[in-house]
Design a protein around this ligand. Structure first.
Ligand code: CA
Length: 258
């Protein structure tokens, strides 16, 4: 799994990274709350391990922001706070598990496996973005009532984007998850397939759903724009950062057109 550890204690984050990598996971570490929230808001992580007492932004703010953004990445809270109130608050905010420090690494591993099994066991059968509907049981894609024929790779690509609807998916993440290729691959296969997908999913439907986030990746989301699909490529400006919690916000349709 691709895991994000948000932990400001260097010794602990090092131990966690070492332990999880030994178990075969790919691990990124964020040492403060704002960096952690920015990273967790990006698509591509399969699980987040979250400390609560963090510089810059409390862990509970990160949980709230992720759930407000409808992010469904499983999250385990690892905290020195051990009161019942703290645990209940985190579960209420959408945490999947809570371990009080100090904890045993072996127990953490078991809990990670259990949560991962649960997350994989219950995939949503139908995913939607505006009038685009992807049925994972039938492996069919329909937009505006019209069935769209996709190749297996195009289907995998749109499925990954729509699973992370509203969030920027870096090109490297797509390479890793859709093509199972290393991030450093000097290939433009992602760009080529996004173009294939745009022709089938966006062209002729008025409002484009697949957008380029320049220098970062791609996002599928509905903008209140009437621009043609052909305009939805590199003309979309860079992502902006706003809000006290540092949530990533994409430009409005008016800003895109400007
Ligand atoms: Ca801490």
């Amino acid at each position: 799994m691709h895991m994000l550890v948000i932990e400001d204690e260097p010794a602990l984050s090092l131990i966690l990274k070492y332990h999880l990598e030994l178990e075969g996971h790919q691990v990124e570490v964020a040492a403060d709350g704002k960096t952690g929230l920015a990273k967790a808001s990006e698509a591509g992580f399969d699980m987040v391990l979250l400390d609560l007492n963090l510089p810059g932004c409390d862990g509970t703010e990160i949980l709230s922001a992720l759930r407000l953004a409808a992010a469904s990445t499983p999250t385990i809270v690892l905290s020195a706070r051990s009161s019942l109130e703290d645990r209940l608050r985190c579960f209420d905010l959408g945490a999947d598990d809570y371990m009080a420090k100090p904890f045993a690494l072996r127990e953490l591993s078991v809990r990670i496996k259990a949560i991962s099994r649960r997350a994989q066991a219950l995939p949503e059968p139908v995913l939607r973005c505006a009038d685009l509907e992807l049925n994972r049981v039938q492996r069919s894609v329909v937009r505006g009532g019209r069935r769209i024929e996709l190749s297996a790779r195009e289907y995998a690509l749109v499925e990954y984007l729509i699973q992370h609807k509203g969030r920027c998916v870096p090109r490297t993440t797509l390479l890793r998850h859709v093509w199972n290729m290393p991030e450093q691959s000097g290939t433009n296969v992602v760009e080529v397939y996004v173009n294939y997908l745009r022709r089938k999913v966006d062209q002729g439907f008025g409002r484009p759903l697949i957008h380029t986030v320049r220098g970062e990746g791609y996002v599928i989301r509905e903008l209140n724009s009437t621009r043609s699909a052909e305009d939805s490529g590199d003309s979309v400006p860079d992502v902006r950062w706003r809000g006290a919690a540092g949530r990533r916000v994409y430009p409005s349709a008016a800003e895109c057109i400007a």
